[in-house]
Design a protein around this ligand. Structure first.
Ligand SMILES: NC(=O)c1ccc[n+]([C@@H]2O[C@H](COP(=O)([O-])OP(=O)(O)OC[C@H]3O[C@@H](n4cnc5c(N)ncnc54)[C@H](O)[C@@H]3O)[C@@H](O)[C@H]2O)c1
Ligand SMILES: O=c1ccn([C@@H]2O[C@H](COP(=O)(O)OP(=O)(O)O[C@H]3O[C@H](CO)[C@@H](O)[C@H](O)[C@H]3O)[C@@H](O)[C@H]2O)c(=O)[nH]1
Length: 437
């Protein structure tokens, strides 16, 4: 099938490449000329493991194309996916201006039947709004389908090639048939395609992300309580997770959830509720707990240094909002770095993948190290903000030699307690006993 993808960010580019891999001809459209030019020359604009090989293979096979010209792509395709940003507005609501603008453009440009598939995360009722906008521009028949995306950054290729499920919201039999054809390679290997109405599909996305955010936040509160009563959250987590009604996944406590989705989508669902005079109490609590959880270690760092961080050098390992991505949107590292700087500390950070993006927002307010060991040179303490695999088994003896103090604040519970203990480190993590050297 010939398919257009509008927006080539994390979702659009991965979806486009996956659909090309499944044999379709895919035309990727973006307004960012530099990005399009780069992609035409084989440059993947984001860091996403395993994407480049598939991307290059499909360009080579002439199934994956890039353009800034929406009309040109539209004319070649029956199905148009929208993978456009829906950032939070001032009041937390999802900003639909990108989606509605492209909908209007499609309405003006289309000359025959099209299926418009919305992959962006959008509030309930958006399919109706997109339909209204396109209808105001054309008399030609079209269908709007809701097809939310559930991929995780860092695992996007794996998630897209082997999704847990595909959700399709549509009230048109014709559009449903077309979507069933596109996803037939998945049905073939037992991946369920769950058809429903547009509104339920739109809400499934927010409900899934919000549920996971609540699950993480619940564990963060259990972790904080563990510290009060002397329990160990790692043990509690294993005990709870072994019940398959609960499961082990998304029970890892830490310095809060970040990224481009959970914070934004929890806020947007709260706002959508308010618009209907509905109070999402559990989500409001989740949002509030997460804001304080992100910087929960700062007061511990201050306490350790007698309430004064002026002139202290804090090494930060990890800047991305989680491992295996270059994305720093709503990353906990940034909240912590800002607070450390406000309190007069000097920050030297290491993250070889996300550094480039952090340079753009924080610039030279902090120093950047070329290696994890260079970062800790003469540091008064190390703060671990992202669970990159290379931090999993560090050379503690080397760190001990380089650091001014053997002190670690670990926002990701990277080490079993006996490891820093055996190496003589002070070690403060989340929901576990503090190791004093
Ligand atoms: N990032 C994720 O992991 C993820 C996962 C599931 C769902 N989502 C949702 O998918 C949507 C897209 O997210 P993303 O992270 O891929 O965004 P992104 O910011 O990475 O990419 C969006 C792209 O759209 C392009 N764009 C903007 N206006 C355009 C226009 N008029 N025409 C063509 N291109 C245009 C931008 O240049 C950019 O390349 C959002 O609604 C998000 O909530 C994201
Ligand atoms: O046990 C856990 C799991 C995750 N996190 C944090 O939660 C955030 C989100 O993590 P993750 O869900 O792995 O990353 P995303 O790429 O943001 O993916 C989420 O957001 C996407 C965008 O909507 C959805 O498509 C995915 O299904 C959903 O998992 C990160 O800050 C993680 O550090 C924890 O603190 N503890």
């Amino acid at each position: 099938m010939n398919i257009t993808i509008v927006g080539t960010g994390y979702v659009g580019l991965v979806t486009g490449t996956t659909l090309a891999e499944l044999g379709n001809s895919v035309y990727c459209v973006d307004i960012d000329e530099k990005k399009v030019e780069g992609m035409k020359n084989g440059v993947v604009p984001i860091y996403e493991p395993n994407l480049e090989e598939m991307f290059l293979r499909n360009i080579q096979a002439e199934r994956l194309f890039f353009t800034t010209n929406l009309k040109e792509a539209l004319d070649k395709s029956e199905v148009i996916y929208l993978a456009l940003p829906t950032p939070p507005g001032e009041d937390g609501s999802a900003d639909l201006s990108y989606v509605l603008k492209v909908a209007a453009d499609i309405g003006e440009m289309m000359t025959e039947y099209k299926v418009i598939v919305n992959k962006s995360t959008v509030p309930v009722g958006t399919a109706d709004r997109v339909t209204e906008v396109i209808s105001s521009k054309t008399k030609i028949r079209f269908d709007v389908v809701s097809n939310p995306e559930f991929l995780r950054e860092g695992l996007a290729v794996e998630d897209s090639m082997n999704p847990a499920r595909v959700v399709v919201g549509s009230s048109s039999e014709k559009a449903k048939d077309i979507m069933a054809k596109i996803y037939q390679p998945f049905t073939n290997i037992g991946i369920p395609i769950i058809f429903m109405d547009e509104k339920s599909s739109e809400l499934t996305k927010y409900a899934s992300n919000s549920f996971l955010a609540v699950k993480i936040t619940f564990m963060n509160e259990i972790a904080n309580y563990c510290e009060k009563v002397g329990a160990d959250v790692d043990k509690v987590r294993l005990g709870m997770g072994s019940d398959d009604r609960i499961g082990h996944r998304f029970l890892f406590p830490g310095i809060g959830y970040g990224g481009s989705c959970f914070p934004k989508d929890v806020k947007a669902l709260i706002k959508s509720g308010q618009d209907e005079n509905f109070n999402f109490q559990i989500l409001e609590a989740t949002e509030n707990v997460n804001v304080s959880q992100k910087v929960i270690l700062i007061s511990e760092i201050e306490k350790y240094f007698g309430g004064n961080l002026e002139g202290k050098t804090i090494a930060v390992w990890g800047l991305a909002f989680k491992a295996n991505t270059d994305d720093i949107r709503e990353a906990s590292s940034l909240d912590n770095i800002r607070l450390l700087l406000e309190k007069g500390a000097k920050v030297i950070a290491y993250d070889s993948i996300a550094e480039r993006n952090v340079q753009k927002v924080i610039g030279d307010k902090i120093q950047y190290a070329k290696s994890m060991y260079e970062a800790v040179e003469n540091a008064d303490a190390l703060f671990i903000a992202t669970e990159w695999p290379e931090f999993k088994n560090p050379n503690f003896s080397l760190m001990a030699k380089k650091m001014k103090n053997k002190v670690i604040f670990d926002g990701r519970n990277m080490y079993p307690l006996e490891i820093p203990q055996q190496n003589g480190f002070y070690y403060k993590s989340i929901g576990r006993k503090t190791i004093h050297n």
